[in-house]
Design a protein around this ligand. Structure first.
Ligand code: MYR
Length: 227
């Protein structure tokens, strides 16, 4: 189909939205929401995605026992993607008490679509120096039928405490190069499966830098391959 090649997706499942955000306490107004990272369905380009050799990033994720190498060995290879995010950390927040979050809500919302009705499970592994520090297991809401395909939503999932603290600490560093060097050792791996059959539908590896503040959040999508 036409979207294959320029999106995160296969014939079975496609990512249509991915947003990590913070919003002030009690505000669900999108205007008040600050987006750290954001992917939407409008492709930046129609040209096929560049390929990155998956072996180049093995050491950024757990290597054995369900690590990236094992996952890729099991395949299918066309379901593996890499996203480089330039995160926008320049958000104004009300005065926060030390150690608290000032009541702000940190969340991630994502949406997928595909031709099959299935129970979609999502595993997120947050990694530091290639070692898993947090694992989060979620199940998407039951899919709804919309415009000829099933839509799967994981709305407003609270970011884990590790990630909230990580973002808050990162923000206190005085300059972008220092933040980027911390982020060199920070990665996230997400695996989406059909919960009943455990078939792997998508595997997305995330790596990060901070955005130069005037540019806002940016991203670049690659497919992962191995010759
Ligand atoms: C969790 O909820 O903690 C695990 C799942 C996180 C998925 C998405 C996270 C994107 C984080 C962007 C933060 C930017 C850090 C520089």
């Amino acid at each position: 189909t036409s979207w294959q090649g320029s999106h995160i997706g296969t014939e079975t499942l496609r990512l249509v939205e991915f947003t990590a955000f913070v919003e002030p306490q009690g505000e669900q107004d999108p205007q008040q929401q600050h987006r750290f990272v954001h992917i939407d369905s409008a492709p930046a380009t129609d040209s096929p995605l560049e390929m990155v050799d998956v072996r180049q990033i093995y050491d950024k994720f757990p290597e054995r026992g369900g690590g990236l190498r094992d996952l890729y060995d099991q395949g299918p290879p066309h379901a593996f993607f890499l996203v480089k995010f330039w995160a926008d950390l320049s958000f104004p927040l009300p005065e926060e008490e030390p150690g608290g979050t000032g009541g702000a809500f940190y969340g991630v919302s994502s949406r997928y679509e595909g031709p099959r009705a299935l129970t979609l499970s999502c595993t997120s592994k947050v990694c530091s120096f290639g070692k898993q520090v947090v694992e989060k297991l979620e199940t998407a809401e039951p899919p709804h039928w919309e415009d000829g395909r099933f839509v799967f939503c994981l709305p407003r999932s609270p970011l884990c405490e590790y990630l909230v603290n990580f973002i808050r600490k990162l923000r206190t560093l005085p300059e972008k190069p220092m933040m980027d060097s911390v982020l060199e050792n920070f990665t996230i791996l997400q695996v989406l499966r059909d919960q009943e059959t455990q078939e792997l539908l998508l595997c997305v590896a995330f790596v990060f830098e901070v955005s130069a503040s005037e540019r806002g959040a940016q991203h670049h999508i690659y497919r992962l391959g191995r010759d």
